[in-house]
Design a binder for this molecule. Structure first.
Ligand SMILES: [Zn+2]
Length: 75
């Protein structure tokens, strides 16, 4: 029954190699997901530039790319 021992040994070695491979090459998926995650784009009312919603400056229900443009448009 040496063949069964050999197969078990091979499986154990394969699992160890797989674990080592995972350990030394971390999965880049979470970072990639974050980079490609779609974000709503809003247009600056003053200069027309498209800015991600998280970076938008809101003033009186209008969207601006920066505080400066918000101030300039309100003048
Ligand atoms: Zn602007």
């Amino acid at each position: 029954m040496i063949i069964i021992r050999l197969i078990i040994l091979l499986v154990v070695v394969a699992i160890l190699l797989w674990l080592l491979k995972r350990l030394f090459s971390p999965d880049p998926e979470p970072e990639q997901l974050q980079a490609t995650r779609p974000e709503n784009m809003r247009q600056c009312k003053y200069c027309g530039v498209h800015v991600p919603e998280s970076a938008i400056v809101s003033l009186k229900d209008e969207s601006y790319c920066c505080q400066e443009h918000a101030d300039l448009d309100q003048q």
